[in-house]
Design a protein. Structure first.
Length: 64
């Protein structure tokens, strides 16, 4: 997931923290894998933290 943040203006969060190939814009990379959780837990995090979004890997499918 690419979002606005960090010193370059863009940050990339990934389910698996690896990147292959070149990127067209400067960005910072998250070194942490996406946390695994279900949708109910992600909603709970949104409510508790007041974040604009929660990027996570689904417990069942493993997809972001």
């Amino acid at each position: 997931m690419l979002y606005r943040s960090g010193p370059t203006g863009y940050r990339l969060a990934r389910v698996h923290p690896h990147l292959s190939g070149l990127v067209a814009v400067p960005l910072t990379l998250s070194d942490l894998p996406a946390p695994r959780m279900n949708v109910a837990r992600a909603k709970q995090r949104l409510d508790l933290a007041g974040l604009p979004f929660v990027f996570f890997a689904d417990d069942t499918t493993g997809r972001g």
